[in-house]
Write a protein that binds this ligand. Structure first.
Ligand SMILES: Nc1ncnc2c1ncn2[C@@H]1O[C@H](COP(=O)(O)OP(=O)(O)O)[C@@H](O)[C@H]1O
Ligand SMILES: N[C@@H](CC(=O)OP(=O)(O)O)C(=O)O
Length: 439
């Protein structure tokens, strides 16, 4: 039995948390490969080390004095080292970091030091080999991740290691330039390591007892999900359930390795098992609800739109030419609406509108911003009649106006668009009808 264990920043925020992690790893010999994140928040108003590093590097880049900021980061690590009673010094590492910050080594390099340093402490604490992610995670010159080369290099390197700590979140180009994944990317490293060593299980340890049906910051005391499929999880992760990075699913999925989300603060809890397929019937019609804020909708109206061959393509071409990706596209007889991320759209708003006018000469264009999209996801929805009806009635009872509805053809999810102000209440109303009242 071979397990890869990834610990998130919340599990490694202090010496006390490190000790819990040590106990978890030592409890099973099969927990051979460890992927740590950088220290996260110790309390809710605290700052993650990754954010401290970004802040410190921004000061360095602006030519400001960053010594205090760097010293505060060093203190975070020193507190952990002292709390663990380790005879271990990061002085030399901090000298190198200071020099590289002065020489403007880049924000990716800066952010990666959070995981690098935590990995070194973790390896010393466990007595495991430390393998720098720059050695085994490969990006190309454009900063694009190279999955197959990474798998080859990593498999060969890890075959030689009985136990190892591989820091999450970053890798490097062939020339050694450090590149990070997007935020939360240590989950991806964990998944890559699991694939490379052909693990039996990828355990992802965090601060909640598995994937919860709804974001616990919105629905207090949300129930957890026992078993979820990769497909369902991808829908929820994409839509904002931030427990697991959405790109962490592909590497293990293709290798058929299940993921187990576990709670470092409650290690006896079984957590959530993420699998390819399961006969296990979910307790409720839905498996989970997740949503994201910050969308804009562009509604284009033109009489006889439907009979104009190539209309949609021409509109979509305008978005493509401006580098704005489209999230959803519900349409009517003479209207089509395009949902995009507001921030991306705002940068190019006027070019896109001008482009649409030129491309299809619409009768009318309407813009609406401050929208949120909510995905109601579940493999059980396919075999249950009336799910959409229940969604509408729950939202209507909560006095929430539905701006859009989109049901995927796989019947795995229904996405509704609501106004930003209704976002949290909509999630609460959906949780109530599907989980609490179960009507
Ligand atoms: N559906 C959900 N189930 C569980 N947690 C969720 C969900 N949606 C959002 N979260 C949030 O995700 C957090 C865990 O992810 P993250 O902060 O990345 O942890 P870590 O630091 O361990 O990587 C939880 O503390 C919780 O606030
Ligand atoms: N430390 C990085 C990468 C990461 O995955 O962190 P966490 O596991 O704490 O979400 C970040 O904050 O984005």
């Amino acid at each position: 039995m071979k397990k890869v264990v990834k610990f998130g920043g919340s599990s490694l925020a202090s010496a006390e948390q490190f000790k819990k992690v040590g106990n978890i790893i030592r409890a099973e010999e099969s927990r051979r490969y460890v992927v740590p994140s950088a220290p996260g928040k110790r309390f809710s108003a605290d700052t993650k080390v990754t954010d401290m590093l970004y802040g410190c590097y921004a000061a360095a880049e602006n030519g400001e004095d960053f010594t205090e900021k760097l010293a505060a980061i060093k203190d975070r690590y020193q507190e952990i080292i002292d709390g663990l009673g380790l005879k271990f010094s990061l002085d030399e590492d901090f000298e190198v970091i200071c020099k590289n910050f002065s020489e403007k080594a880049g924000s990716n390099y800066a952010a990666s030091r959070g995981e690098f340093l935590n990995g070194k402490i973790m390896a010393a604490y466990l007595g495991f080999e430390f393998i720098d992610a720059t050695e085994v995670v490969r990006f190309d010159e454009n900063g694009d991740f190279q999955s197959e080369i990474t798998n080859e290099i990593m498999s060969a390197r890890l075959e030689k290691a009985k136990n190892a700590v591989i820091p999450g979140f970053y890798g490097a180009t062939e020339e050694g330039r450090v590149v990070t994944f997007s935020r939360g990317g240590s989950d991806i490293t964990g998944s890559l390591v699991a694939r490379a060593v052909n693990a039996d299980l990828y355990e992802n340890w965090t601060d909640v007892s598995g994937f919860l049906i709804a974001d616990p910051r919105i629905v207090k005391g949300s129930k957890s999900i026992e078993t979820i499929t990769y497909k369902e999880l991808r829908e929820l992760s994409y839509m904002g359930a931030s427990v697991l990075h959405e790109d962490a699913i592909f590497p293990v999925r293709r290798a058929g390795i299940p993921i187990n989300i576990r709670n470092t603060n409650a290690p006896a809890d079984k957590g959530t098992l993420i699998v390819e397929a399961t006969c296990y019937q979910p307790k409720y019609t839905i498996t989970g609800i997740a949503g994201t804020d910050g969308f804009a909708a562009i509604t284009i109206e033109k009489a006889m739109m439907n009979s104009e061959v190539g209309f949609c393509r021409k509109v979509l071409q305008v978005f493509e030419d401006n580098g704005v990706s489209i999230e959803h596209m519900p349409s009517g007889i003479d209207t089509m609406t395009i949902f995009v991320h507001k921030d991306k759209f705002e940068e190019k708003e006027q070019q896109i509108l001008a482009g649409i006018h030129k491309a299809v000469d619409p009768d009318h264009i309407e813009l609406e911003s401050d929208l949120a999209l909510i995905a109601i996801v579940g493999r059980g929805m396919k075999s249950t009649r009336g799910t959409a009806g229940r969604i509408f009635s729950a939202l209507a009872h909560a006095h929430i106006n539905v701006k859009m509805i989109d049901q995927g053809s796989s019947e795995l999810n229904i996405i509704v668009g609501v106004r930003h102000d209704d976002f949290k209440n909509a999630i609460k109303a959906l949780y109530e009808i599907f989980v609490l009242t179960q009507i």
